[in-house]
Ligand binder design. Sequence first.
Ligand SMILES: NC(=O)c1ccc[n+]([C@@H]2O[C@H](COP(=O)([O-])OP(=O)(O)OC[C@H]3O[C@@H](n4cnc5c(N)ncnc54)[C@H](O)[C@@H]3O)[C@@H](O)[C@H]2O)c1
Length: 305
Amino acid sequence: MNFALETLQVLAMSIYYNLEALVKLFIPSRKKSVAGETILITGAGSGIGRLIALEFASMGVTLVLWDISQDGNKETVRLVKEKGAARVHSYICDCSNKAEVYSVADQVKREVGDVTILINNAGIVTGRKFMDAPDSLIEKSMEVNSNAHFWTYKAFLPAMVASNHGHLVSIASSAGLMGVNGLADYCASKFAAVGFAESVALELLATKKNGVKTTIVCPFFINTGMFDGAITKWPIIMPILEPDYVAKKIIRAIQTDQVYLYMPRILYLVLALKNILPTKIGLLLGDYLGAFNFMDAFKGHGKKD
Ligand SMILES: NC(=O)c1ccc[n+]([C@@H]2O[C@H](COP(=O)([O-])OP(=O)(O)OC[C@H]3O[C@@H](n4cnc5c(N)ncnc54)[C@H](O)[C@@H]3O)[C@@H](O)[C@H]2O)c1
């Protein structure tokens, strides 16, 4: 080990990687084919999960769709078949229940085979100030939005590692990168999801085999109904995202092995500023962006007028 030599090497590599990133901004990365892959999507019965399934439908994949809602699942199966999906398997699975995740995972392995792309997408939101949130909903948020990811990884990652082939996708949230008032339990669960996915990704990198890829997705609000009523102060810079756009970006991120996907792009800047600016300026900017009032008029799925 030589301090000066290693430091020089790191500097040289940093310059190289910066140039590489710059080039990639202008020349889009090549997309890998997903034909032949077995893709499991949790929470496929509506919203982003359903749209991801629809995007994959015509790509020659086997789809394994999990949801707690039978009707939601049935409708997604109908829609993906309509779009040309030939191999579709749907299962009712309550992802908040570890035993159920393991038992449905075993059924999938017996009936379909090994999963090669795992998309942890199922999610719920309490949408209340922390002290008003019932314990049961706080626990449920942790179980669905983060703990479920542990159990699906335990079930499906070993086969990916054994064949050195696969992709783990975590649909987290911008609320997994920054605290939001009115979303304390949701943020906790999404921070956990991000920390977990990032750590396992590092464990995989440390094995020096590079066949199992990882993608962490952190979107701002999406117009799926889950966050109905949530407000953005300046839609021009922080728009409520359109579900189709989000689904397409996720598919592209998977096909190009993108490790982090934040939407909208301004989130990369907001996050960097949060970490480098004095706290008071951070709070000033947060206030300017309306971040303290995002949830003031939240209705969500459950509280339609
Ligand atoms: N909608 C947004 O504004 C937004 C923003 C950032 C991140 N996200 C995340 O994106 C993901 C998808 O959200 P969406 O907007 O499509 O929401 P959605 O409510 O439309 O879909 C969530 C799906 O998960 C299923 N689900 C809920 N609990 C489950 C359980 N215990 N087991 C299995 N399935 C379960 C639901 O039945 C539903 O089909 C979630 O993880 C969410 O946290 C959403």
